[in-house]
Write a new protein. Structure first.
Length: 222
């Protein structure tokens, strides 16, 4: 019988949060993670990214492999060397919504660890007190992150490539036709409207209708 992961309590006085180290792997492999605690007030917060996605039906579940103890990490090191571990498996199972597991597979890297914060895993959903406390600091969690990853939903490989190329082309065109998209955002956020430059140049790139329909039909918008 599989051994389930048990959450360790967070310290709300330290503004503790959980972060996931998503271990690198090839596409289709089970998601392997290490869960660590960090303090928003500690001054030593490691860089991390937040993940925005659609939970979907939480009754549809999947499992993550959590490597936590020294024994588990030793087993992981052996597995990387291609060595079979004959004793009890070195990881614990963590039940999550199926869309959470799918999102982690989408953002996982093949060559290095990615540290992220994702609500369904980083908050103990069975602890109502913790849920309330973590929701209260969620804006700070997002604000202190290095960036936010948006998982729109499932697209077939061909359409995903077309969406990626279309977005890149639109951003390049917007940068050409304006001062720059990033400058526009920082100017608006800082109230520095006087430095914005209006351009009469039309956008040269248009998004194909089927690409837009595919993007807007993704679960994230619903």
């Amino acid at each position: 019988m599989a051994t389930s992961y048990t959450y360790r309590s967070l310290d709300p006085k330290r503004q503790d949060i959980r972060l996931l180290k998503v271990l690198p792997d090839k596409a289709g492999s089970p998601v392997r993670i290490i869960i660590e605690h960090a303090s928003l007030d500690g001054g030593q917060m490691p860089p991390y990214e937040t993940v925005s996605y659609a939970w979907g039906d939480s009754a549809r579940i999947d499992y993550l492999r959590v490597y936590e103890s020294a024994r588990a990490r030793a087993g992981l090191a052996l597995a990387r060397l291609g060595l079979h571990v004959p004793f009890r498996k070195p990881y614990l199972d963590l039940k999550v919504p199926m869309n959470t597991e799918a999102a982690l597979k989408q953002i996982r890297l093949t060559d290095k660890v990615r540290r992220i914060w994702i609500d369904a895993v980083c908050i103990n959903q069975d602890d109502f007190s913790e849920r309330g406390q973590q929701v209260g600091i969620m804006s700070r969690i997002f604000r202190q992150s290095a960036g936010n990853l948006i998982c729109l939903g499932a697209l077939d490989a061909s359409m995903a490539d077309r969406v990626s190329h279309t977005i890149a082309a639109l951003l390049n065109d917007a940068n050409r036709s304006t001062q720059s998209v990033s400058d526009l955002y920082s100017s608006l956020a800082g109230g520095k409207f006087q430095i914005l430059r209006q351009s009469d140049s039309p956008l040269l790139v248009s998004a194909p209708r089927d690409v837009m329909e595919a993007v807007l039909g993704c679960a994230w918008w619903q």
